[in-house]
Design a protein around this ligand. Sequence first.
Ligand code: IMP
Length: 499
Amino acid sequence: MNWQTRLRPDVEAIYREVYEQGLHYQEITAPFADDPLLKPADGRRPLSIAVEGGAFGDEGKGRIVDELCTRLSLRHGKVLVYRWNGGANAGHTVIVDSIKIALHQLPSGVLTENATVILGKGMVLHPGDLLTEIDQVVRRLGKLYAKLHIDETAVLALDTHRAFEKALTAWESGGKGATGRGISPAYADVLLRHPVRMRDLTAEDWQDRLGKHYDLYESWLRGIGSPLAEVIVPTLEKSDTPLLVGSKRDFLDRLGEQRARLLPYVSDVHDLLVSAWSDVNVPVVFEGAQAVGLDPRFGMYPDVTASDPTFSGILHSTEGVVFPHEIAVRAGAIKATYSSSVGTRKPPTAMDAALAKRIRDDAHEYGATTGRPRDIVHIDIPCLRYYAHVSSMTHLILTHMDICYTDVPVQVCTHYTVDDQPADYRPDQPFLDRVTPRYLNLPSWNGKAVEDKCKISDLPAPALQYIGFLSRALDVQPIFATTGAARDALISWLPALWD
Ligand code: IMP
């Protein structure tokens, strides 16, 4: 797609080519003749892949990364996993040998033997929750399989930030709708040029540095009528006694214990990264958190996060060691037949309530921690294509291929109009409130019949046609599709790793 057709491709023409003339889709849905990981396009580094959320988060990318890391490690004896953004706001469950493991700050690659895992500079880390998570993994698997490194320049997201976010929420201002993990206050500290980083915690004079940080937050919170010491903050470890931020001494005592345990993991990871990225025998997997639809500039504002969940975040987090356009595969995950999200946002492609409920129940679309029902909407090509383009996505991961019904067509929005004139997606709710989505009804398939299938050839023609259509409309190549919750319910277009 060139620059002229990038913004408004003729999706109805793509529909006619794929569905009426049967053109292209067989090529698109066939396994790659040249494995893009082993023989990437010119100038890209072999054996490198980055995975981002292509919609609004919770697309199910964690289990794909887990499976990918396992296969890469088995085949190549090692794998480097790099997490570039977010913190304790992320959450996904991975099942290893029937053991369920919930991950937040650790990427799913941490469950892979022989993996080296880096928590990058672009992350915001809560030391207490991170240690709880490490302990949980060790308790469940017997040990930490991967070698863990934390970039000393990663930013801290502490109980002070959680308290501040809570106070803002009470004021119904910027904290509204956040996960309560202090994510945006921690990133805001960077812009205000007073962040506390991992190396402040590992420094000899850490009590001075973190003490000053406490004092600043204490005075801010006092200013808005919310004494810091008395604020109850969330913790990963459930406890009957709520955790108060407490006095400066309490705060520093907690951090002191955590510091002692984190010291062995914290270092300057720059040389490690340079040497791994320069050695084409080391497979490198970049694992993102959240999704493009939550990006503060491109997402559906104001339900956005503060980090850079797009591939460009890799450039910042690695301090320019890795250029996103050099990564062989930049894959974005979306749900195949619908999108879901929680928030105040009103996506234009609202769905009939009965169908939304059916999907919500079948796909368990309820918030993992809150149990809140997620909003379910039709596939919105103008929006998803925008997300694919602004994040420089090259490949597509389609999850939940089993959520499809023979008695209901797959309804997709091909374009928007405003006052009968064509209109584009823009990350601005008042604008989106004015657009009229225009739809096509596409042939559906029996979701139950594709459940747990793991070969491209197991998919019925309408499912393949749909994958061909969507890939062309979003201008990306399919690389994985999932057909159920089980680990093996995964179809791959990568012949070398999945033969
Ligand atoms: P924050 O990241 O805690 O600041 O939350 C900002 C917005 O992003 C809220 O609407 C959250 O629900 C959403 N959000 C943050 N992380 C995730 C995620 O991992 N999945 C889905 N939504 C998320």
